[in-house]
Design a protein around this ligand. Structure first.
Ligand code: KIV
Ligand code: ZN
Length: 449
């Protein structure tokens, strides 16, 4: 049992995430994904916005029925129809929450809602009162909080807390704030808002400036104890704070973030994959934690370091986030050490001269394709064995490899995974029959060109 303070993870993939262009989900899809999100161990699942459509109403009901462990939240604007509809959908949950929101910034009050600050405050208070008469667990969000007048924001939050709000969420709706400023706001609210309970402040950040995760972490350091986020960071415009990044930042850097979450990080990759499969929206290859390249290494110097000890270039194990294995991608930046290991995996223990020849052919090929896959490497070994010349000249069989590889140039080569106990990394081992070359200190990926 951890003695660190808990940060609650509020997953809004099924609500704010779904608002991402091209990411809408039907009832069955939401049910499938909700099961996986439940498996992840998040504290709260925001299942939808029941007034928005009958489908979303049914989704919230179904998710509430299926998943009995987490709190299930339903979103509502600050008006009676919305709140009653949200309650109708979520009341079946073992732990229901009504999440009601209203903008508090002058920009939104004047141009969108066309109401005064006074009307805003009354509407927010009345909505929370109504929600509280239906449900014990009520969250209030001050939409566009980060562009709101701080004194007015404090007044609204005091009013909704008095009316029964148990969580107050401070959205950076337009992704405008920066870490130091957001931290200051959270800190100020924690200090100034009368009646605010310990741990009731929540962060909700959008990624318009690419700062959603940094802002969420800054909020946690300043006292927020709930973070609203989505799998793969999907959400309106540039998205929401990415759940996997928030969770792993806290896990990998407990020295800076001495907090724990209940998330089972080994399920992160599966959740990400399922979301992509359901929405048809792929994850960018370089996406932190769960992107295709997050645990792939191409540069020779990096591969060499990884072979000697994965601690050199990986700050967490792929297994800790459910990624099956580290991958050694053989391309033009790779070195002999990585190539040698791959050949050994394919059953070829090359002596120094053979490796030299294969490496020269490999470099000639790698200039033409993005990734050199296993079939190409087998061709290269064959070619090197037929011809004892090491001119680097691209011969006919190699040209065939170029063509084949070019047709299928995204292939990845798995990297052997070391044994690791208690999450500790162990150095990878080169087969005993192929000791490191004499005098070789550091991989040089230009060697032999
Ligand atoms: O970004 C936002 O302000 C929201 C609220 C509805 C919480 O998503
Ligand atoms: Zn949002």
């Amino acid at each position: 049992m951890s003695h660190e303070e808990q940060v609650r993870i509020f997953d809004t993939t099924l609500r704010d995430g779904e608002q991402s262009p091209g990411c809408s989900m039907n009832v069955e899809e939401k049910r499938r994904l909700a099961r996986q999100i439940d498996r992840l161990g998040v504290d709260i699942i925001e299942a939808g916005f029941p007034i928005s459509s009958d489908g979303d109403f049914q989704s919230v009901q179904a998710v509430a029925r299926d998943n009995r462990r987490p709190v299930i939240a339903a979103l509502a604007r600050c008006c009676p129809q919305d709140i009653e509809r949200a309650w109708e959908a979520v009341k079946i949950a073992a732990r229901p929450r009504i999440h009601t929101f209203l903008a508090t910034s002058d920009i939104h009050l004047q141009h969108k809602l066309r109401i005064s600050r006074r009307e805003c405050l009354e509407r927010a208070r009345d909505a929370v009162r109504l929600a509280k008469s239906l449900c014990e667990d009520v969250e209030f969000s001050a939409e566009d909080a980060t562009r709101s007048d701080v004194d007015f924001l404090c007044q609204v939050l005091e009013a909704v807390i008095e009316a029964g709000a148990t969580t107050v969420n401070i959205p950076d709706t337009v992704g405008y704030t920066v870490p130091a400023e957001y931290a200051e706001l959270i800190h100020t609210l924690g200090r100034r808002v009368r009646g605010i309970a310990n741990g009731s402040l929540s962060a909700h950040c959008h990624n318009d400036l690419g700062l959603a995760v940094a802002n969420s972490l800054a909020a946690v350091s300043a006292g927020a104890r709930q973070v609203e986020c989505t799998i793969n960071g999907i959400g309106e415009r540039a998205g929401n704070a990415s759940l996997e990044e928030v969770v792993m930042a806290m896990r990998v850097r407990p020295d800076r973030y001495p907090f724990h979450t209940t998330v089972n990080s080994e399920h992160l990759f599966a959740a990400s994959q399922l979301l992509s499969e359901i929405t048809g929206v792929p994850v960018q290859p370089n996406k932190a934690i769960i992107g295709r390249n997050a645990f792939a290494h191409e540069a020779g110097i990096h591969q060499d370091g990884m072979i000697k000890n994965p601690l050199t270039y990986e700050i967490m194990t792929p297994q800790s986030v459910g990624v099956p294995e580290t991958r050694l991608v053989l391309g033009k930046h790779s070195g002999r050490h990585g190539l040698q290991l791959r050949c050994a995996k394919l059953g070829f223990q090359l002596d120094r001269h053979e490796l030299d020849r294969v490496y020269r052919l490999f470099l000639a090929l790698a200039d033409h394709v993005k990734v050199v896959d296993d079939n190409c490497i087998l061709d290269l070994i064959r070619q090197a064995r037929i011809s004892s010349s090491s001119s680097g000249h691209v011969s006919e069989p190699v040209r065939e490899s170029v063509r084949a590889a070019a047709a299928n140039s995204v292939g990845m080569v798995p990297f052997p995974v070391p044994d690791h106990r208690n999450g500790q990394r162990q150095p990878l081992t080169i087969p005993a029959s192929t000791p490191p070359h004499e005098g070789e200190q550091q991989e040089d990926y230009l060697w032999g060109v």
